[in-house]
Design a protein around this ligand. Structure first.
Ligand SMILES: [Zn+2]
Length: 52
């Protein structure tokens, strides 16, 4: 497929959360979460241990 500039692109760009701020989603909010597009290694493996 081609993007609107006419360049060939192999696949759709990964959905990137528009709230992402320097790798964090809702960074200034009550419950910031790592942006898994920017920080895939931070994908949560465990239940959150701390409640806000
Ligand atoms: Zn991001």
């Amino acid at each position: 497929m081609r993007d609107r500039t006419g360049e060939q692109v192999d696949e759709e760009p990964a959905a990137h959360d528009p709230r992402c701020d320097d790798g964090w989603i809702d960074r200034d909010g009550d419950n910031p979460q790592p942006c898994l597009t920017c920080k895939p290694h931070l994908r949560p493996k465990f239940e959150r241990r701390h409640r806000v």
